[in-house]
Ligand binder design. Structure first.
Ligand code: ADE
Length: 246
């Protein structure tokens, strides 16, 4: 998968995509992240990329032309069709379902805004989709682009050393993840739940499912309301609720 990022700070996105699982995905040739700086496409002597807003008001608005030329250069760099995404707080909220959908694409272009805004005409004509990473305002789209690249990069086939770990993630089935433990068994901070040491795979699977259901119920009840639970999962949840009342 190839991801082109239009940003005034290509070095930031580049650095974020070079570490950890996503960095490894790039090393393995599963993901290819390229930055394009609209300032390189500015035509005036000052390399301007922004101007004051018509109608007045605070802040600056990003100019159409440098962004459009950077977008065109990025599109021309690879013949495959590409979806262009603008990161902004006005976009649709990113979810794991959306991440899974985008991870299947061959190519994406991520457009990052800075300053107060991007000229609306560019968004209308050059952007396929607007995505927000949450209901808060960042000073630019770069962190949001890095979040998206991380979330889709780790889903590329071969990026995770153990493919099963993506299936166990929080949200992979609409629920939060269960708790995890490792050595030592006994520690001043507490004991590892005995079932995890039992070697009984069915009992372990049941415990984990029950914990995932219980945590989702406690922390994100709105997710649970949307999840399609099997009859035995409803029973696990009832057991969890009884256990926590004790
Ligand atoms: N740019 C600024 N804030 C943002 C957000 N919450 N999500 C995506 N892009 C943004």
């Amino acid at each position: 998968m190839r991801v082109d990022v239009i940003t005034l700070f290509p070095e930031f996105v580049d650095a974020a995509a070079r570490v950890g699982v996503v960095g490894r995905a790039q090393d393995r040739g599963l993901l290819d992240v390229h930055g394009w700086n609209p300032r390189d496409y500015a035509t005036d002597a000052y390399r301007r990329v922004d101007e004051r807003p018509f109608g007045g008001g605070p802040g600056m608005v990003m100019l159409i032309e440098p962004l459009r030329d950077a977008l065109r250069a990025a599109r021309a760099a690879d013949p495959r069709p590409v979806r262009t995404i603008f990161l902004s707080p006005q976009g649709t909220r990113l979810t794991q379902d959306k991440v899974r959908e985008l991870a299947k694409e061959d190519r994406l272009i991520l457009l990052c805004g800075r300053y107060e805004a991007v000229d609306e005409r560019l968004i209308e004509h050059e952007v396929d989709e607007e995505i927000s990473i949450g209901d808060y305002v960042l000073s630019g789209g770069e962190l949001a682009a890095a979040v998206l690249i991380d979330a889709i990069g780790r889903l590329q086939d071969g990026a995770l050393n153990d493919a099963a770990s993506a299936q166990q993630d929080s949200f992979s089935d609409g629920l939060l993840d269960c708790p995890h433990y490792t050595r030592p068994v006994t520690h001043e901070l507490g004991e590892v739940p005995a079932v995890l040491l039992s070697g009984d795979h069915a009992a372990i699977a049941k415990w984990r499912r029950k914990q995932a259901l219980g945590r989702t119920w406690q922390r994100r009840p709105e997710l649970l309301a949307r999840a399609m639970l099997k009859p035995e999962e409803n029973l696990f949840l009832l057991e969890f609720q009884k256990d926590t009342k004790k």
